[in-house]
Design a protein around this ligand. Structure first.
Ligand code: 5AD
Ligand code: SF4
Ligand code: FES
Length: 348
């Protein structure tokens, strides 16, 4: 099995069967995570990119069985930030030194292209990279948002298992999800995808497919998060056992296969393990997305339970995460952390 890790480290290529073997073998975990850390350092260095995350609406027209924002969850107070609030949080994020901003929300049709265009233009005037994470939209809408100034787009595939996806995301089409990813690439966004690890009914074969899928679509970013059952959803009784370690391993193999990729240490990882983001940063990750939403909204953006930082201020999180990053000998990036720049940096 050690030979497989060496092969992945040197060739950045593994077959599906080899990925499955690595995911199933618990005895190699330490070596695997370490190899991913070494590949990260060799290709993209020690800098960690910080992206200020604004959770601007918890209203969602979808009904994903795993997610607390699903439309049938009546047990959640809903909110939408005003344009002024969004710009205020973005302005403060820039003051904290963040060079990129993520606008994330449920699929909320109130935010039309027109409303988003106005917000995007104001944020872009702050001289940051702007990343959207607002779900499925038409080709024309994606194009208009790109023309308004958005640089990157995050949309997880969640799982490459079509039947599982369509069972867990009722009314949604897996084909359309993949089409969204193709459209975004074609329009010229840097594209982020990713998946949930530990979904009920998910197989290790499909996790291997997820990793190969990220490579196939030539993703620029990949966010891997453990699935955490939410009390207010139909999957409330699902298990959480083993999800953290498995998510770390999926992330590490993704790094071995895609050495210059942007990989966040996800918030969900830290929600399951109090040192989760640092462990992720030492197993292949190179990005953290500190929350810059203020006040009660943080708590209301309730995807899953145990979400970190819900009572903390953006300033506190900035100090907290900087300390953790520097505490493990890493530095805070001063660039916007674009994948294209990272690829050319390695070629030099
Ligand atoms: N546990 C972990 N992650 C979740 N997400 C939604 N619900 C959960 C959950 N219960 C993730 C999805 C989505 C992102 C916004 O949050 O992967 O893409
Ligand atoms: Fe909506 Fe996204 Fe949650 Fe699905 S995962 S219910 S699309 S916020
Ligand atoms: Fe929010 Fe540590 S990053 S408290």
């Amino acid at each position: 099995m050690k030979n497989l890790i060496i092969k992945a480290k040197e060739t950045h290529s593994l077959t599906k069967e080899e990925i499955i073997a690595l995911l199933q073998d618990e005895s190699i975990n330490e070596d695997l995570l370490k190899a991913a850390d070494e590949v990260r350092e060799k290709y993209i260095g020690n800098a960690v990119h910080l992206r200020g995350l604004i959770e601007f609406t918890n209203i969602c027209k979808r009904n994903c069985l795993y997610c607390g924002l699903r439309r049938d969850n009546d047990n959640l107070k809903r909110y939408r930030l005003s344009e002024e609030e969004i710009i205020d949080f973005a302005t403060k994020a820039v003051e904290y030194g963040y060079r990129s901003i993520v606008l994330q929300g449920g699929e909320d049709d109130y935010f039309t292209v027109e409303r988003l265009t106005s917000i995007i233009k104001k944020i872009k005037a702050l001289d940051v990279a702007l990343i959207l994470s607002i779900g499925e939209r038409s080709y024309e809408e994606y194009k208009a948002l790109k023309e308004a100034g958005a640089d990157r787009y995050l949309i997880r595939i969640e799982t490459t298992d079509t039947a599982l996806y369509e069972e867990l995301d009722p009314g949604m089409s897996h084909e359309n999800r993949k089409q969204c990813l193709r459209n975004l690439k074609e329009i010229g966004y840097e594209v982020g995808s990713g998946s949930l690890v530990g979904l009920p009914g998910q197989t290790v074969e499909s996790l291997a497919d997820d990793i190969l899928f990220f490579k196939e679509i030539d993703a620029d970013m990949v966010g891997i998060g453990p699935f955490i059952p939410n009390e207010d959803t139909p999957l409330k009784d699902a298990s959480v056992e083993g999800h953290f370690t498995l998510a770390l391993k999926v992330m590490a193999i993704t790094r071995l296969l895609m050495p210059t990729l942007n990989i966040p240490a996800t918030t969900a990882m830290e929600s399951l393990n109090k040192n989760g983001r640092v462990m992720a940063l030492q197993s292949g990750a190179n990005v953290v997305m500190p929350n810059v939403t203020e006040g009660e909204y943080r708590k209301l953006y309730a995807l899953y339970p145990g979400k970190i930082c819900i009572s903390d201020t953006p300033a506190h999180c900035r100090g907290c995460i900087s300390g953790k990053i520097q505490g493990i000998g890493r530095t805070i990036s001063t660039t916007t952390g674009s994948h294209k720049d990272q690829m050319s940096m390695h070629k030099e």
